[in-house]
Design a protein around this ligand. Structure first.
Ligand SMILES: [Zn+2]
Ligand SMILES: [Zn+2]
Length: 78
């Protein structure tokens, strides 16, 4: 039985998430996000949407990018 890389739960319907050269086996999207999702450089929340990159850092939304001094950042939808 595969086990979740985040919580260690044994589950027969785990799935694998690959991102660049990282990959993990998870039993739920919550666990996958916990381990794989980037965190906002300003508020530290998990970024589950597209996020915003500014100067090599990633933010959850334009508001956080603005708070961190990136005035030109705008929400990118696609
Ligand atoms: Zn899990
Ligand atoms: Zn944020």
């Amino acid at each position: 039985m595969p086990t979740c890389d985040t919580c260690g739960n044994e589950y027969d319907k785990t799935f694998t998430v690959t991102q660049g050269d990282r990959s993990g086996v998870f039993d739920s999207f919550e666990c996958a996000a916990h381990k794989m999702a980037p965190t906002c450089a300003h508020c530290s929340c998990r970024i589950l949407g597209h996020g915003i990159e500014a100067s090599g850092r990633i933010f959850c939304c334009a508001h956080c990018a603005h708070e961190a001094g990136h005035d030109a950042a705008v929400d990118r939808v696609s």
